[in-house]
Design a protein around this ligand. Structure first.
Ligand code: SF4
Length: 209
């Protein structure tokens, strides 16, 4: 499937966070709405200095209708706290607003969205960035980073450093919190420490402005 026969994302001409939250529920710009409970738009302060962009809502997020409220959200909360960043000061969103999964019995297993689905959803993220105008934008994981910064971006090679971009004064990337959850037991502490280091660099940049 592709976007050829699908309507464009119905992003309001002059978006506000409220109008984006309302309009996204009517989006049919890709097929992901069909299996999901609801669209999950980003949340946070209207003029947050920091925007975090993940991949897509997970199982809990799909049910509750809020971003990063499941297990990955708890890892993110720990990372932010250890980096000295208050979650209330952050706008948190995803590159894709509906949950993509594969049903296995009663479980819903996360599936990475296809590139065309991420591209179809981009107008929503673009509008969020325009409304919030964050000073710093951090991509969490490859899906967001490659959509916003280019397909050449690699988490292992590029994480933690500033990337040339017009999206915000500081644009950078780090791993997705779910990758820390998936890490082997012996690697998890290191993965978390690296994640916190990346976030601390952003916190340092924000406090030096
Ligand atoms: S995932 Fe994005 S583009 Fe696809 S239907 Fe949902 S809001 Fe629209």
């Amino acid at each position: 499937m592709s976007t050829v026969d699908l309507p464009p994302a119905p992003v309001p001409a002059r978006p506000s966070l409220k109008s984006l939250h309302e309009a996204v529920h009517d989006c049919r710009a890709c097929d992901l709405w069909q299996g999901a409970t609801q669209a999950v738009m980003g949340e946070g302060a209207r003029h947050a200095h920091l925007m975090l962009v993940g991949e897509q809502p997970g199982d809990r997020e799909d049910i509750e209708g809020h971003p990063f409220v499941g297990p990955a959200g708890r890892v993110l909360d720990q990372g932010l706290e250890q980096a000295g960043i208050a979650r209330d000061d952050v706008y948190i969103t995803n590159a894709v607003k509906h949950f993509r999964y594969k049903a296995r019995g009663r479980r819903r297993i996360h599936q990475k969205p296809d590139r065309w689905q991420v591209a179809a959803c981009f107008p929503w993220l673009e509008a969020e960035i325009k409304v919030v105008q964050p000073a710093a934008l951090v991509c969490l994981g490859a899906t967001a980073a490659q959509q916003l910064l280019g397909s050449h971006i690699r988490i292992g090679k590029d994480r933690g450093r500033p990337v040339d971009s017009d999206l915000a004064e500081l644009v950078t990337l780090t791993t997705h919190p779910s990758a820390i959850l998936r890490a082997d037991d012996e690697d998890r502490d290191d993965a978390m420490a690296q994640f916190v280091d990346d976030l601390k660099r952003v916190a340092g940049w924000l406090s030096a402005r």
